[in-house]
Write a protein that binds this ligand. Structure first.
Ligand SMILES: Nc1ncnc2c1ncn2[C@@H]1O[C@H](COP(=O)(O)OP(=O)(O)OP(=O)(O)O)[C@@H](O)[C@H]1O
Length: 230
């Protein structure tokens, strides 16, 4: 579903992602794990088109080459993005925040399925986004991404700044989404207990290279923890 090959990304002269390959299937959840500054956000921003990919890079979604497309065209072709820090619109209501995700959707109505996944958002639909807790904002950011009906859902550090009890809820929601939809989920993370609860494959990124790739059942958690510790 998502085929990335030879992806390089630079800030000016400085290359930060060095020719990454990534193939992710439908109904597969992949975690990209790495310490701060290893390139997770840069990778995701280039997948969604917020940063250009270097020459020789290729990004395909369901067979369609999106490498040169602008972000909104990528969304129309099936990529959705939940950015680090959630980036919800604090002065807009919960409903209005979700509706911003409907731009490329066929129907302009929020599907009921969204509120069955996130009952709290139904309860708080008239509240301003800025008045929600961190966990609720994360749910809102996921809901906003989901209404575009993505084939590939990217989530950048969804547990950042979220209480441990709520982290479990986010894991449950991702597992629910995977059951409900034909979807590929790619999540960047530093919390191993979370990725072990959601991911089929765990990849470790270090200084812009993938250095480790294992199916969850084969993951040596001690070894991955070492990669994640400074
Ligand atoms: N706008 C920028 N200009 C120049 N270099 C940048 C810029 N943004 C990030 N970098 C550098 O790119 C590298 C990767 O950063 P990136 O934010 O992708 O890492 P990350 O793994 O997402 O870390 P974090 O968990 O802190 O977000 C770092 O060395 C960082 O200093």
């Amino acid at each position: 579903m998502l085929e990335v090959s030879g992806l390089s990304v630079s800030y000016g002269e400085s290359e930060v992602i060095h020719g990454i390959d990534l193939n992710a299937n439908t109904n597969e959840t992949i975690a990209v794990m790495g310490r701060n500054g290893m390139g997770k956000t840069t990778l995701f921003k280039s997948l969604i088109g917020a940063l250009p990919a270097g020459g020789g890079s290729s990004i395909k979604v369901d067979g369609v080459d999106v490498t040169k497309m602008a972000s909104h065209q990528r969304v129309a072709n099936g990529i959705a993005y939940v950015p680090q820090g959630r980036m919800i619109f604090s002065h807009m209501t919960v409903m209005e925040n979700i509706e911003t995700g409907l731009e490329t959707a066929k129907s302009k109505k929020i599907p009921d399925e969204i509120f069955s996944l996130f009952p709290v958002l139904l309860e708080m639909r008239h509240r301003k986004g800025g008045n929600l807790s961190g966990g609720q904002q994360q749910q809102l950011a996921i809901a906003r991404a989901l209404v575009s009906n993505p084939k590939v859902l990217l989530l950048d550090e969804p547990t950042e700044g979220i209480q441990p009890s709520i982290i479990k809820d986010i894991a449950n929601v991702l597992n629910e989404i995977r059951k409900m939809r034909e979807i590929t989920i790619i999540v960047s993370e530093q919390v191993l207990s979370f990725t072990m609860a959601v991911a089929d494959r765990i990849i470790v990124i270090d200084k812009g290279n993938f250095i480790h790739d294992d199916l969850r059942e084969n993951v040596d958690t001690e070894q991955v923890s070492k990669y994640l510790s400074v």
